[in-house]
Write a protein that binds this ligand. Sequence first.
Ligand code: ZN
Length: 71
Amino acid sequence: MTKGIKLASTVRCPECGFQSKEQMPTDFCLIRYECKLCGHIMIPTEGKCCIFCSFGDVPCPSVQKALSVDS
Ligand SMILES: [Zn+2]
């Protein structure tokens, strides 16, 4: 069931503010991402599972799934 699950997230670099729309993998969490502009290496912030949940405008698919089945 993937209805309503977004698979793209715009990642914003905390160093230079550069934004890049990225496809999110559904089978693993991306925990390392290099800014395409300044080369800053992003890693998940405390309490977040991946860089999309930390720096993206859309949380990762597994978190979206968890939210959608909240009961
Ligand atoms: Zn950057």
